[in-house]
Design a protein around this ligand. Structure first.
Ligand code: VG1
Ligand code: CO
Length: 544
């Protein structure tokens, strides 16, 4: 095998965000852009010679090109074996499982997740470590530093791998094994859930619709829901991955899944609707006449997890990202288990999961998962919901209402202002941060007393690391909260995220319309931040 060392020059903008490096496809297409980034990752790893690397992506435009480059660079750097999904396909949770299952050294996940795809869309690369989870900040910071000075990368003079054929091939001294992307993942799901009960649920006439959004979960959902579990053909919609996601935007929210939402609100609609994002780690869950917010879903799944075989012994603890509502906290309190609040991004859950301190984790952005992998997992959440419905023999609406009657309801919404001018967004956050010391103790909007106002700093209880400036929180004595942060996954301008929540006790009113229940807080947030005036926007781009 001839290893070629090719000279290169650094790009200044290869700084990973919340979840890997995401850029426009046109940025990735620049000479050596992919090569620089992958080489910078490998330059920060030690002891991988002869070991296995998992590679796969969500099938978006440029996936095939980048995979071939990644394989050649891995071979030149001395990996012994690459495991790659057939057709270059692996959902993010499936990649996480493969890394763990085959004790790989790590993995490259090629995806920009919920960002749009196609030649004009986004592409991304993320490195996952040996526990199957996203690399922690210590590594992503070092990778960025390396990209700033990189002057060469290694590759081999070899042709493309045939990604269509399952089996072993060679690139130089390295073995490339093309594997079925679904089989190992489906087997894992079968160990966690009562497939017999879910099969019986479908056999009894329970109707479901699952929107794979032309993204990576299609093959998984076809195989598991319609194949193993016997849901009728046609349950899975948009189930063939396409490089531009069928022209759609693979973000399972109430804007891009509006048709499904409307269908679930009709009397003749199905009993259950779900959707997943580009790389299959997010989930949207809608019951007949009942949208379940991701924050409530996390709380509900944690409270009912013991009904699934994989969690029958109970859960050790729960973790949620800071902007996620406190609904899960009440479940943890009742169960007498640990509760952790982490910064946004799944990489912060890894240590808690590895240490066995938490079993279930979640984010308000439609991500839930457990210790079965080290990523959030869209289909896992859907299957746990189905398992719970099958055991409780109740509708989603009944389950949600009973939950609120037990724990109270956290009214919750997120307002996104997308593609805002970055300077304006940064100034807004800086000004608000400067205002925080003056807010503590004050009474705002007539009756809301500020309990705390800070920029969230996380102290990882497992490795002692600290992550500062993770989002501004203004909490009130009645449990209400305003959170403001800037997105770390966007590729154009800045996206401002405003998160609002208000608690209503178990015996309180649980049937208010969410936006009006949060009306006073929404008004106050605008007053404190000046979002509308500063951005010139009258409405958020997306309301969840
Ligand atoms: C968003 C979400 C965050 C999630 C991240 C990756 O990040 O808010 O909760 O972990 O996307 O999800 P940000 O920085 O844009 O708010 V995925 O499914 O796009 O990998
Ligand atoms: Co995703």
């Amino acid at each position: 095998m001839t290893i070629q060392t090719t000279k290169t020059t650094p790009y200044g903008d290869q700084k990973p965000g919340t979840s890997g490096l995401r850029k426009r496809v046109t940025v990735w297409q620049q000479p050596n852009y992919v090569e620089n980034y992958i080489q910078a990752i490998f330059d920060n790893l030690e002891g991988f010679s002869g070991k296995t690397l998992v590679i796969g992506g969500d099938g978006r435009f440029y996936n095939d090109v980048a995979i071939q480059k990644a394989i050649r660079i891995a071979a030149a750097n001395g990996f012994g074996k690459v495991l790659v999904g057939q057709g270059g396909i692996l959902s993010t949770p499936a990649a996480s499982h493969l890394i763990r299952h085959y004790k790989a050294f790590g993995g490259l996940v090629l995806s920009a997740s919920h960002n749009p795809g196609g030649p004009e869309g986004d592409f991304g690369i993320k490195y996952n470590i040996g526990n199957g989870g996203p690399a922690p900040e210590k590594i992503t910071d070092a990778v960025y530093a390396r990209t700033q000075v990189i002057d060469s990368y290694k590759t081999v003079d070899a042709g493309d791998i045939d990604l269509g054929t399952i089996g072993s091939q060679r690139v130089g001294d390295m073995v490339v094994e093309v594997i079925d992307p679904v089989a190992d993942y489906a087997a894992l799901m079968e160990t966690l859930f009562d497939f017999g009960a879910i099969r019986a649920l479908f056999a009894s006439g329970f109707r479901m619709t699952f929107d794979a959004m032309h993204a990576v979960t299609g093959p998984y959902a076809h195989a598991i829901l319609e194949g193993i579990l016997g849901a009728p053909k046609g349950t899975v919609l948009n189930g063939t991955p396409s490089p531009d996601f069928g022209g759609g935007h693979p973000d399972p929210n109430l804007v891009y899944c509006k048709d499904m939402f409307d269908l679930l609100m009709t009397p003749d609609g199905p009993d259950f609707g779900a959707a997943s994002d580009g790389d299959g780690d997010r989930n949207l869950v809608i019951g007949k006449n009942r949208f379940v917010t991701p924050s409530d879903s996390l709380a509900l799944l944690a409270a009912n997890a013991h009904l699934a075989p994989g969690y029958k012994g109970g859960i050790a603890g729960i973790a949620r990202s800071m902007p996620t509502s406190a609904a899960a906290d009440r479940v943890a309190e009742k169960l007498g288990i640990e509760m952790h609040e982490t910064p946004t991004g799944w990489k912060f859950f890894g240590n808690l999961l590895d240490a066995g301190r938490v079993t279930i984790c979640g984010e308000e952005s439609a991500g839930t998962g457990s210790n079965h992998v080290r990523e959030k997992d869209g289909l896992w959440a859907v299957l746990l919901w189905l398992n719970i419905i099958a055991v409780r023999k109740q509708s989603v609406d009944e389950i949600v209402r009973e939950h609120w009657a037990t724990y109270g309801r956290n009214y919750y919404t997120r307002h996104d202002y997308e593609e805002v001018d970055a300077a304006i967004a940064n100034k807004l956050v800086d000004d608000l941060r400067a205002e925080l010391p003056r807010l503590a103790g004050r009474i705002l909007a007539d009756d809301l007393q500020v309990a705390y106002a800070d920029d969230f700093t996380y102290h990882d209880p497992v490795d002692g690391s600290t992550s500062a400036r993770q989002g501004i929180r203004i909490g009130f004595t009645d449990g209400s909260r305003i959170v403001v942060r800037l997105s770390g996954t966007g590729t154009v301008g800045a996206t401002l995220r405003l998160y609002l929540e208000r608690y209503e006790a178990a015996d309180g009113r649980h049937d208010l319309e969410t936006q009006s229940a949060l009306g006073p807080l929404i008004g106050l947030a605008d007053q404190l931040t000046g979002i509308k005036q500063r951005t010139g926007r009258q409405e958020p781009s997306v309301i969840t």
